[in-house]
Design a protein around this ligand. Structure first.
Ligand code: SF4
Length: 229
Protein backbone atom coordinates (compact mmCIF):
# COMPACT_ATOMS: atom_id res chain seq x y z
CA UNK A 1 0.00 0.00 0.00
CA UNK A 2 1.33 3.43 -0.89
CA UNK A 3 1.58 5.76 2.06
CA UNK A 4 1.09 9.35 0.94
CA UNK A 5 4.18 11.48 1.22
CA UNK A 6 4.20 13.91 4.11
CA UNK A 7 6.86 15.98 2.42
CA UNK A 8 4.55 18.13 0.33
CA UNK A 9 5.16 21.83 0.84
CA UNK A 10 1.57 22.14 1.95
CA UNK A 11 2.35 20.05 5.00
CA UNK A 12 5.75 21.42 5.83
CA UNK A 13 4.40 24.11 8.09
CA UNK A 14 1.64 23.20 10.43
CA UNK A 15 -0.29 26.36 11.30
CA UNK A 16 -0.86 26.92 14.95
CA UNK A 17 -4.34 25.88 15.95
CA UNK A 18 -6.36 28.79 17.23
CA UNK A 19 -9.71 28.70 18.92
CA UNK A 20 -12.29 28.07 16.20
CA UNK A 21 -9.61 27.44 13.58
CA UNK A 22 -11.10 26.76 10.19
CA UNK A 23 -14.27 28.50 11.18
CA UNK A 24 -15.66 31.89 12.19
CA UNK A 25 -18.98 31.79 14.05
CA UNK A 26 -19.67 35.40 13.06
CA UNK A 27 -18.73 35.16 9.38
CA UNK A 28 -21.16 36.94 7.03
CA UNK A 29 -18.93 37.08 3.99
CA UNK A 30 -21.58 35.57 1.71
CA UNK A 31 -24.37 38.17 1.59
CA UNK A 32 -26.93 35.78 0.07
CA UNK A 33 -26.31 33.15 2.75
CA UNK A 34 -26.27 35.70 5.57
CA UNK A 35 -29.66 37.03 4.43
CA UNK A 36 -30.97 33.48 4.11
CA UNK A 37 -29.87 32.65 7.66
CA UNK A 38 -31.57 35.79 8.97
CA UNK A 39 -34.82 34.68 7.32
CA UNK A 40 -34.47 31.14 8.66
CA UNK A 41 -33.65 32.45 12.13
CA UNK A 42 -36.88 34.49 12.14
CA UNK A 43 -38.90 31.55 10.85
CA UNK A 44 -37.37 29.04 13.30
CA UNK A 45 -36.26 31.05 16.35
CA UNK A 46 -34.90 27.98 18.15
CA UNK A 47 -32.67 26.94 15.23
CA UNK A 48 -28.89 27.48 15.28
CA UNK A 49 -29.12 29.41 11.95
CA UNK A 50 -25.47 30.49 11.88
CA UNK A 51 -22.25 29.11 10.43
CA UNK A 52 -21.85 25.52 11.69
CA UNK A 53 -18.56 24.62 13.37
CA UNK A 54 -16.67 21.47 12.36
CA UNK A 55 -17.07 18.56 14.76
CA UNK A 56 -14.35 16.30 16.13
CA UNK A 57 -10.84 16.43 17.53
CA UNK A 58 -8.30 18.99 16.39
CA UNK A 59 -6.01 16.27 15.12
CA UNK A 60 -7.60 13.39 13.24
CA UNK A 61 -6.58 10.72 10.74
CA UNK A 62 -9.85 11.08 8.85
CA UNK A 63 -11.53 14.30 7.75
CA UNK A 64 -15.04 13.92 6.33
CA UNK A 65 -16.11 16.82 4.12
CA UNK A 66 -19.80 17.25 3.39
CA UNK A 67 -21.53 19.86 1.29
CA UNK A 68 -23.25 22.31 3.65
CA UNK A 69 -25.53 22.30 6.72
CA UNK A 70 -29.00 20.87 6.14
CA UNK A 71 -31.99 23.04 7.00
CA UNK A 72 -33.43 20.82 9.74
CA UNK A 73 -30.16 19.04 10.54
CA UNK A 74 -26.92 20.90 11.22
CA UNK A 75 -28.58 24.26 10.69
CA UNK A 76 -31.02 23.39 13.48
CA UNK A 77 -28.73 21.59 15.92
CA UNK A 78 -25.45 23.42 15.24
CA UNK A 79 -23.46 20.22 14.64
CA UNK A 80 -22.64 18.77 11.20
CA UNK A 81 -24.86 15.88 10.07
CA UNK A 82 -26.83 15.95 13.32
CA UNK A 83 -30.59 15.75 13.57
CA UNK A 84 -31.49 14.76 10.04
CA UNK A 85 -31.43 11.75 7.76
CA UNK A 86 -27.92 12.23 6.35
CA UNK A 87 -26.33 11.74 9.77
CA UNK A 88 -27.96 8.36 10.32
CA UNK A 89 -25.92 6.64 7.63
CA UNK A 90 -22.78 8.71 8.20
CA UNK A 91 -22.44 8.30 11.97
CA UNK A 92 -23.86 4.78 11.95
CA UNK A 93 -21.13 3.69 9.52
CA UNK A 94 -18.39 5.67 11.26
CA UNK A 95 -19.40 3.96 14.49
CA UNK A 96 -19.19 0.52 12.88
CA UNK A 97 -15.56 1.18 11.92
CA UNK A 98 -14.52 2.72 15.24
CA UNK A 99 -14.55 6.38 14.22
CA UNK A 100 -17.50 7.30 16.46
CA UNK A 101 -18.48 6.31 20.00
CA UNK A 102 -22.13 5.78 19.13
CA UNK A 103 -24.24 5.56 16.02
CA UNK A 104 -26.96 8.01 16.99
CA UNK A 105 -26.79 11.66 16.03
CA UNK A 106 -30.13 13.07 17.09
CA UNK A 107 -28.92 16.27 18.72
CA UNK A 108 -25.72 18.04 19.66
CA UNK A 109 -26.05 16.98 23.33
CA UNK A 110 -26.26 13.26 22.62
CA UNK A 111 -22.74 12.57 23.93
CA UNK A 112 -21.38 11.44 20.57
CA UNK A 113 -17.61 11.72 20.24
CA UNK A 114 -15.54 11.13 17.14
CA UNK A 115 -12.36 9.05 17.34
CA UNK A 116 -9.49 10.14 15.09
CA UNK A 117 -12.15 11.59 12.84
CA UNK A 118 -13.50 15.05 12.19
CA UNK A 119 -16.55 16.09 10.21
CA UNK A 120 -16.90 19.40 8.42
CA UNK A 121 -18.60 20.96 5.40
CA UNK A 122 -17.31 22.64 2.26
CA UNK A 123 -19.69 25.51 3.01
CA UNK A 124 -20.38 26.37 6.64
CA UNK A 125 -23.73 28.15 6.17
CA UNK A 126 -27.07 26.78 5.04
CA UNK A 127 -27.60 27.53 1.34
CA UNK A 128 -31.08 27.88 -0.18
CA UNK A 129 -32.19 24.56 -1.73
CA UNK A 130 -28.95 22.99 -0.48
CA UNK A 131 -27.17 24.61 -3.43
CA UNK A 132 -24.26 26.91 -2.67
CA UNK A 133 -23.11 29.12 -5.52
CA UNK A 134 -19.58 28.54 -6.86
CA UNK A 135 -18.53 31.89 -5.42
CA UNK A 136 -19.76 30.88 -1.97
CA UNK A 137 -17.83 27.60 -2.12
CA UNK A 138 -14.73 29.61 -3.10
CA UNK A 139 -15.22 32.16 -0.34
CA UNK A 140 -15.65 29.52 2.35
CA UNK A 141 -12.70 27.51 1.07
CA UNK A 142 -10.19 29.38 3.21
CA UNK A 143 -11.73 27.76 6.27
CA UNK A 144 -11.46 24.29 4.79
CA UNK A 145 -7.86 24.94 3.69
CA UNK A 146 -6.94 26.05 7.19
CA UNK A 147 -8.69 23.07 8.69
CA UNK A 148 -6.87 20.55 6.48
CA UNK A 149 -3.56 22.25 7.24
CA UNK A 150 -4.13 22.11 11.01
CA UNK A 151 -5.83 18.72 11.28
CA UNK A 152 -3.42 17.03 8.83
CA UNK A 153 -5.68 14.09 8.03
CA UNK A 154 -4.16 11.10 6.27
CA UNK A 155 -7.50 10.32 4.69
CA UNK A 156 -10.09 12.78 3.44
CA UNK A 157 -13.57 11.60 2.53
CA UNK A 158 -15.40 13.92 0.12
CA UNK A 159 -19.15 13.46 0.10
CA UNK A 160 -20.22 14.48 -3.38
CA UNK A 161 -18.64 16.34 -6.23
CA UNK A 162 -18.82 19.81 -4.67
CA UNK A 163 -16.99 18.60 -1.56
CA UNK A 164 -14.47 16.82 -3.81
CA UNK A 165 -13.74 20.02 -5.73
CA UNK A 166 -13.61 22.05 -2.53
CA UNK A 167 -10.93 19.71 -1.16
CA UNK A 168 -8.89 20.05 -4.36
CA UNK A 169 -9.23 23.83 -4.16
CA UNK A 170 -8.20 23.84 -0.49
CA UNK A 171 -5.09 21.85 -1.43
CA UNK A 172 -4.27 24.22 -4.29
CA UNK A 173 -4.98 21.60 -6.96
CA UNK A 174 -6.72 22.22 -10.27
CA UNK A 175 -10.40 21.20 -10.28
CA UNK A 176 -9.86 18.78 -13.17
CA UNK A 177 -6.74 17.17 -11.73
CA UNK A 178 -8.71 14.41 -9.96
CA UNK A 179 -12.07 13.34 -11.29
CA UNK A 180 -14.88 12.67 -8.82
CA UNK A 181 -16.43 9.22 -8.84
CA UNK A 182 -18.18 7.18 -6.21
CA UNK A 183 -15.58 4.97 -4.50
CA UNK A 184 -12.77 6.66 -6.44
CA UNK A 185 -9.47 7.13 -4.61
CA UNK A 186 -6.86 9.79 -5.32
CA UNK A 187 -3.46 10.61 -3.93
CA UNK A 188 -3.24 14.28 -3.00
CA UNK A 189 -0.45 16.13 -1.20
CA UNK A 190 -0.14 14.69 2.30
CA UNK A 191 -3.22 12.51 2.18
CA UNK A 192 -5.40 10.13 0.25
CA UNK A 193 -8.73 11.43 -0.99
CA UNK A 194 -11.69 9.05 -1.03
CA UNK A 195 -14.91 9.95 -2.86
CA UNK A 196 -18.44 8.90 -2.08
CA UNK A 197 -21.86 10.00 -3.17
CA UNK A 198 -23.33 12.21 -0.48
CA UNK A 199 -25.30 10.30 2.15
CA UNK A 200 -28.33 12.57 1.71
CA UNK A 201 -31.90 11.39 2.09
CA UNK A 202 -32.40 11.82 -1.67
CA UNK A 203 -29.39 9.68 -2.59
CA UNK A 204 -30.24 6.92 -0.13
CA UNK A 205 -33.96 6.85 -0.92
CA UNK A 206 -33.29 6.67 -4.66
CA UNK A 207 -30.68 3.95 -3.97
CA UNK A 208 -28.00 5.98 -5.71
CA UNK A 209 -26.11 5.34 -2.48
CA UNK A 210 -26.91 2.24 -0.46
CA UNK A 211 -25.69 1.48 3.05
CA UNK A 212 -23.56 -1.25 1.56
CA UNK A 213 -21.93 1.10 -0.97
CA UNK A 214 -21.16 3.62 1.74
CA UNK A 215 -19.83 1.00 4.09
CA UNK A 216 -17.43 -0.23 1.40
CA UNK A 217 -15.89 3.24 1.20
CA UNK A 218 -15.50 3.60 4.97
CA UNK A 219 -14.07 0.08 5.18
CA UNK A 220 -11.43 0.99 2.58
CA UNK A 221 -10.55 4.11 4.55
CA UNK A 222 -10.17 2.10 7.76
CA UNK A 223 -7.97 -0.44 5.95
CA UNK A 224 -5.87 2.31 4.44
CA UNK A 225 -5.38 4.03 7.79
CA UNK A 226 -4.37 0.78 9.46
CA UNK A 227 -1.68 0.42 6.78
CA UNK A 228 -0.24 3.87 7.55
CA UNK A 229 0.30 3.23 11.29
S1 SF4 B 1 -20.47 30.15 3.80
FE1 SF4 B 1 -18.47 30.38 4.77
S2 SF4 B 1 -17.59 32.27 3.88
FE2 SF4 B 1 -19.80 32.27 3.46
S3 SF4 B 1 -20.70 33.42 5.16
FE3 SF4 B 1 -20.77 31.24 5.75
S4 SF4 B 1 -18.88 30.87 6.91
FE4 SF4 B 1 -18.63 32.83 5.80
Amino acid sequence: MIVPSKSAAFYNKKPRATKNFGFDPDCRDCPRLARHLERIGREYPDYHARPVAPFGPESAELLVVGLAPGLHGANRTGRPFTGDHAGILLYGTLHRYGFATQKGSADAQDGLRLVDCRVTNAVKCLPPQNKPLPDEVRRCNRYLAEEIAVVRPQAILALGVIAHRAVLMALGLAPGSRRFGHHAVHDVPGARLFDSYHCSRYNTQTKRLTARMFEAVIRDIATFLRGTR
